[in-house]
Design a protein. Structure first.
Length: 156
């Protein structure tokens, strides 16, 4: 059994532990949240860039602008591409939002113990509205904002 370069042997038979110098601050759910935030910022920058490009390159008259003039065949292909791009970007946003909502909704051990001490039960391992009453106010606020911002994406 080989040992990974990021592991050091311990006194126990063949057991290995992470090196103390390893940065564990961005591991687990924190790494996932960082990836989700990065995906969200990427989608935001893409959307703003397209908006600025469209605003600067189209002529707007009476509140209406023309994005494309050309053949119906090209227009149809462009329409399909734009809708595909919108769906891909929306899926990235929904996935990032859903991941963060699940992380926020997952209660810590002390929150579960507190609920149990009051004779209340909570859901573990699944997203649950029941858990909202046991979450911190900040987490409930962030969860609610993510839920509200996800609704328009579902309706597109």
């Amino acid at each position: 059994m080989g040992m990974h370069s990021s592991q050091v042997p311990t006194a126990e038979a063949g057991a290995a532990v992470p090196k103390p110098s390893q940065n564990l601050r961005f591991s687990g759910w924190r790494r996932g949240s960082l990836i989700a935030a990065s995906a969200t910022w990427t989608v935001f920058i893409i959307n703003i860039s397209i908006f600025i490009w469209m605003w600067s390159s189209s002529s707007i008259k009476g509140g209406n602008g023309v994005a494309f003039r050309g053949s119906c065949k090209t227009s149809n292909a462009l329409d399909i591409f734009i809708h595909l791009l919108i769906n891909i970007l929306s899926t990235c946003l929904l996935g990032a939002s859903n991941y963060c909502m699940q992380c926020l909704n997952a209660l810590a051990r002390d929150q579960i113990d507190k609920a149990h001490s009051k004779g209340k039960w909570v859901d573990v391992g699944v997203p649950s509205l029941r858990n909202l009453r046991f979450m911190t106010k900040g987490n409930v606020l962030m969860w609610s904002l993510l839920a509200l911002s996800s609704i328009p994406l579902h309706l597109l």
